[in-house]
Design a protein around this ligand. Structure first.
Ligand code: TRP
Length: 336
């Protein structure tokens, strides 16, 4: 059975962009692969090092969101990155195999640095060693578990490419040790925001969270962007440029054909259309929120899931690291 490794930085709650962009795909894949899902707290610290409490609280939210969204702890191992010290060790060995200029060229890190000017400076001149190097640590996350497939959003593809380069270089120098992992993009790797933005994101302020209340969902949907040429309720409009229609489609509203026809014919007002979407969304969120509530009320079960997931990941990593140390000629004697 092939191994999947994937995960997220704990920096807040999960929203629909995460769900449709990656979580839904992981839920499907967990039945066919040996699945490891990491909560990347070490990576989250690279741009939150001054706010450890934020990372800590988000770890808790993230596990609840994973379980609520359908990650099955009997199928997938959910684990905490910082509890696998071997990954930190492997990161150090890998750091010799990556040039600093290559790290600067990574388009995803470059983009992120541009968004974090208060932390890393207007031109990224104050970027830290840790942030610039996090793709190296991500390569260690993946290879330390002998990962075959990495299901992620499209922004992560450059990191997987960098992982593959590191693997090739490592194998060429120290002998065949790792396999090259492959990125697996979900069917809809990028989800648009209700405001018409190309991406739903926490920092963009356009996200609907899996844990949002009815009131929050309604407010957000009512402010969604529709075809601007439609002024009056019975003007015909183009659903292809309407975010409400985009979400009807994303959520597989069984009434989709009617929504489309009525919108084009001008026989459906935007307010009614938004109200229908609110209903569809709440229906979709209901089982997720019920499951979340169950786990919120059973913290001891959540802790057990994390402990077992982390133990499984660590055991596997230790085996891989024996191979690494042997091939790197660091196997002086058996560990005490
Ligand atoms: N970079 C990922 C994110 O920002 C999180 C992550 C860390 C990850 N290590 C990983 C994803 C290993 C896949 C595999 O969400």
């Amino acid at each position: 059975m092939k191994t999947i490794i994937t995960g997220d930085r704990p920096t807040g709650r999960l929203h629909l962009g995460h769900y449709f962009g990656s979580i839904q795909n992981r839920v499907k894949l967990q039945y066919d692969y040996d699945t490891y899902i990491l909560i990347a707290d070490v990576q989250a610290l690279t741009d939150n090092f001054e706010h450890p409490e934020k990372v800590r609280d988000s770890v808790h939210e993230l596990v609840l969101d994973y379980l609520a969204a359908g990650i099955d702890p009997k199928k997938a191992h959910i684990y905490i990155q910082s509890y696998i010290p071997e990954v930190a060790e492997l990161t150090v060995y890998f750091s010799n195999l990556v040039t600093v200029s290559r790290l600067y060229r990574n388009p995803t890190t470059k983009h992120e640095v541009g968004q974090k000017s208060e932390l890393f400076g207007e031109d990224g001149e104050s970027i830290t060693y840790g942030f610039l190097g996090y793709p190296v640590s991500q390569a260690a996350d993946i290879t330390a578990l002998d990962g075959d497939l990495v299901p992620v959003g499209e922004d992560q593809v450059p990191h997987i490419e960098q992982t593959r380069e590191i693997v090739r270089k490592f194998n060429a120098i120290y002998g065949e040790t790792f396999k090259e992992p492959e990125a697996v993009l979900s069917p809809n790797p990028r989800i648009k925001g209700l405001d018409g933005n190309d991406k739903m994101g926490k920092s963009l302020g356009n996200a609907i969270y899996l844990a949002d209340s009815e009131e929050e969902v309604s407010k957000k949907v009512m402010s969604a962007v529709t075809d601007p040429s439609k002024i009056k309720k019975d003007d015909p409009a183009n659903p292809d440029i309407c975010m409400v229609y985009y979400y009807h489609k994303l959520l597989s509203n069984p009434n989709l054909d009617t929504v489309c026809k009525e919108c084009r014919a001008g026989s459906r007002g935007c307010v009614a259309c938004k109200k229908e979407l609110i209903g569809v969304l709440l229906e979709f969120l209901k089982p997720i929120q019920e499951k979340r509530k169950y786990y919120e009320e059973h913290p001891e079960e959540v802790e057990k899931i994390l402990k077992e997931g982390t133990a499984a990941a660590r055991a596997r990593t230790k085996e891989v690291m024996k191979r690494v140390r042997k091939n790197m000629k660091l196997d002086y004697f058996d560990e005490q």
